[in-house]
Design a protein around this ligand. Structure first.
Ligand SMILES: Nc1ccn([C@@H]2O[C@H](COP(=O)(O)OP(=O)(O)OP(=O)(O)O)[C@@H](O)[C@H]2O)c(=O)n1
Ligand SMILES: C[C@](O)(CO)[C@H](O)COP(=O)(O)O
Length: 220
């Protein structure tokens, strides 16, 4: 099975509030994107495309292996993944789409996603259970619903897909579509998405506290 990894690294990191693009923010002395690239490689994905903030290719090239392909990303995560997917080799059987912002994803998570694809599933995503009561609120912040928690999951990356199926699903999307993940893109095209076990260590670095947690994780 020929797998290509697409690392979405073109975000600015507004919620992190750093003075450089989030994917270049150091974690234990290495940029987040370098950790994320390593995570995919450790899990068995050798060929990688990374989408970066326009104008930042040199900065990313300086911190990534020379065989990683760098492309200018788009204004949204969806647009950035689309750029990476368009560039992914058509000889690839499967693609794994990963957030640069999930630097410490264990290789076993990558392997579980690849195994589900190898078993013939068109799409597979890692998930974790929800441990807090989860509610739906209205504009005034008043609780309107509390969905049964047992069926809820938190979705992580990398998310794996049959390449041709993901490409067809993206082709159906409006050019300015902005979905929160790629599972939503294929689901919009009617493709079933199976789940595999995620890992707390694959947490997304979103706010400053997440970076502090990741630093402690590396030290352990
Ligand atoms: N236009 C964008 C926006 C996001 N991403 C990537 O998508 C992943 C998840 O996005 P998020 O954590 O929200 O990153 P940012 O958009 O950078 O964060 P913020 O929303 O706080 O600005 C990140 O690895 C980010 O680099 C991307 O490739 N292109
Ligand atoms: C793709 C994702 O990481 C799955 O949980 C998530 O939806 C990204 O959201 P963000 O707001 O772009 O960080």
């Amino acid at each position: 099975m020929h797998a290509v990894g697409i690392v979405a690294a073109a975000g600015s990191g507004l919620r992190l509030g750093a003075d450089l693009p989030k994917a270049l923010v150091p974690l234990a002395g290495r940029p987040l994107v370098a950790w994320s690239v390593d995570a995919l490689r450790a899990g068995g994905v050798a060929e990688l495309v990374v989408t970066v903030p326009p104008g930042q290719r040199d900065a990313f090239a300086a911190v990534l292996p020379a065989d990683v392909r760098l492309l200018d990303g788009g204004a949204t995560r969806t647009a950035s993944v689309r750029v990476g997917l368009d560039a992914a080799s058509v000889t690839a059987d499967v693609v794994l789409v990963h957030d640069a912002a999930r630097p410490l994803t264990p290789p076993d998570v990558v392997r579980r996603v690849l195994a589900a694809l190898a078993a013939g599933h068109p799409a597979a995503v890692p998930v974790l259970p929800v441990v807090d009561t989860t509610v739906v609120v209205d504009d005034a912040g008043v609780i309107r619903d509390a969905p049964p928690r047992a069926a809820l999951r938190r979705v992580q990356t990398p998310q794996g897909f049959d390449r041709a199926i993901l490409a067809a699903a993206y082709a159906r999307l409006a050019p300015d579509a902005d979905l929160t993940d790629d599972a939503a893109v294929v689901r919009a095209a009617g493709v079933p998405v199976v789940t595999v076990e995620g890992d707390e260590r694959a947490a997304k670095v979103t706010v400053p506290h997440d970076l502090a947690v990741a630093e402690r994780q590396v030290r352990r």
